[in-house]
Design a protein around this ligand. Structure first.
Ligand code: GLU
Length: 446
């Protein structure tokens, strides 16, 4: 009869046994980003004591769309690509989130990324839900005109999903202003009307916002300033390693260098490069402008190529910035990560198992849904400007961004102190509470 007792202690015991069983079953398997996202949710939901109804409405995505994208290649042949758009939740506003072009895109990843967008928008308190899209493609293998046909086909194929009050895409890994311009044009042509607010991250001449390109890194820097102040550390002279040298990573290097940090290592798809005395970010950016990636950076600058790029994550630096893809720090390497602060420019770079290891070590993690929310916050400003038809100067954009980021950091830090939980769970507590309140007010069905 023991099994049927349901005192809190018995329930907890059974949950533990169940977790152990699950761990045993999935031993050796790599957990998907979505599994990781759900575990992050569960930790906060448990503390908030959400009801089953509340969980049912806000945890899983509301709509998952998969499309086949036939594209004519330059040689006349037709290639078929797979595209996704996931709308995770729209109770607080239209779905919002980028579209990534990457060969490893899969539906579980897009679901995770859409999930993070819901909670990211709630953390910074902007009136959007969460969405994300992806195309399974290595864009480096396409010509510019093939890329254009693919981008237009992606948008046209799901045109009914999108709209300034429905779902608003933006750039993500391997997509940029040009891709957003094609999206905007495809949508506007179909609607025979000029509709810039359907996407953000557009070129400034086409209704883009000043400051959008550097917004993710700038938002991260505001968070790092707050973290350093809270931890009573000194930013000047702090050592930094950055994994990923795309939009977020390269601006992160530039801004932190301006703050007096020593950028000891940077990496991208073509390798990791190290210099104890510090890498000049401008030199690295110029190299990438010339060569396309950091490939052979050690031949043009006084830096050393690291034999194993993953070891960048284990360098004895003060601040580590993962700015690439998901699941980079896991239970396998977490115990070798030495940074005092981890500022997550990427989405989902740490698994929950890695989180636990870092917590033991006392590492201060600025979680993705807070740390990289500067991008979507300026996307929100862009959408507002498009709808006003009135455009802001950069000083105004950055002062607004700073105020959103500082407020969010403060609320999350307070929750972390009050609930005695790490910053990630605190961020989810704040965000889940905001989403749940609106869901309740709307009757839980939205
Ligand atoms: N792709 C970015 C992110 O993951 C930006 C999304 C947006 O601006 O909508 O936050």
């Amino acid at each position: 009869m023991e099994e049927h007792k349901s005192t809190p202690a018995h329930i907890e015991m059974r949950e533990k046994q169940y977790d152990e069983l699950l761990r045993e079953l999935h031993k050796g398997e790599k957990a998907s980003a979505f599994d990781n996202a759900l575990k992050q949710f569960d930790r906060a939901a448990k503390i908030l004591k959400l009801t089953d109804n509340q969980v049912a409405v806000i945890k899983e995505p509301r709509r998952v769309t998969e499309v086949k994208l036939p594209v004519r290649m330059d040689d006349g042949s037709i290639s078929i690509f797979k595209g996704y758009r996931v709308q995770h939740n729209i109770v607080r506003g239209p779905a919002k989130g980028g579209v990534r072009f990457h060969q490893d895109v899969n539906v579980e990843e897009v679901k995770a990324l859409a999930f993070w967008m819901t909670y990211k928008c709630a953390v910074v308190n902007i009136p959007f839900g969460g969405g994300k899209g992806g195309v399974v493609v290595d864009p480096r293998k396409l010509s510019l005109s093939e890329l254009e046909r693919l981008a237009r086909r992606y948008f046209a194929e799901m045109i009914d999903l999108f709209g300034p009050d429905k779902d608003i895409p933006a750039p993500d890994v391997n997509t940029n202003q040009q891709v957003m311009a094609w999206f905007m044009d495809t949508y506007s042509m179909h609607h025979q009307s000029h509709i810039p607010a359907v996407v953000t991250g557009k070129p400034i001449d086409l209704g883009g916002s000043r400051g959008r390109i550097s917004a993710t890194a700038q938002g991260m820097v505001y968070c790092v300033h707050n973290a350093v102040k809270h931890l009573k550390l000194n930013l000047k002279g702090a050592t930094v390693a950055i994994q990923g040298f795309g939009n977020a990573g390269s601006f992160a290097a530039k801004f932190l260098h301006q703050d007096g940090c020593v950028i000891q290592a940077v990496s991208d798809i073509d390798g990791a490069f190290y210099c104890e005395k510090g890498i000049d970010p401008e030199e690295a950016i110029k190299h990438v402008q010339r060569a396309g990636t950091l490939k052979d950076f050690d031949k043009s600058a006084k830096v050393e190529k690291m034999s194993n790029p993953m070891e960048l994550l284990e360098l004895p630096v003060n601040i580590l910035i993962p700015a690439a893809l998901e699941n980079q720090i896991t239970e396998e390497n977490a115990d070798r990560v030495k940074a005092k602060i981890i500022a997550e420019c990427a989405n989902g770079p740490l698994t929950t198992e890695a989180d636990d290891v870092m917590e033991q070590k006392g590492t201060f993690i600025i979680p993705d849904i807070l740390c990289n929310a500067g991008g979507v916050t300026v996307s929100y400003f862009e959408w507002v400007q498009n709808r006003m038809g009135y455009y802001w100067n950069s000083d105004y954009v950055f002062s607004e961004l700073k105020s959103y980021m500082d407020d969010a950091f403060e609320v999350v830090l307070d929750a972390s102190i009050n609930y005695k939980v790490p910053m990630r769970t605190a961020a989810f507590i704040v965000a889940i509470q905001r989403v749940t309140n609106v869901a309740e007010a709307r009757g839980l069905y939205a």
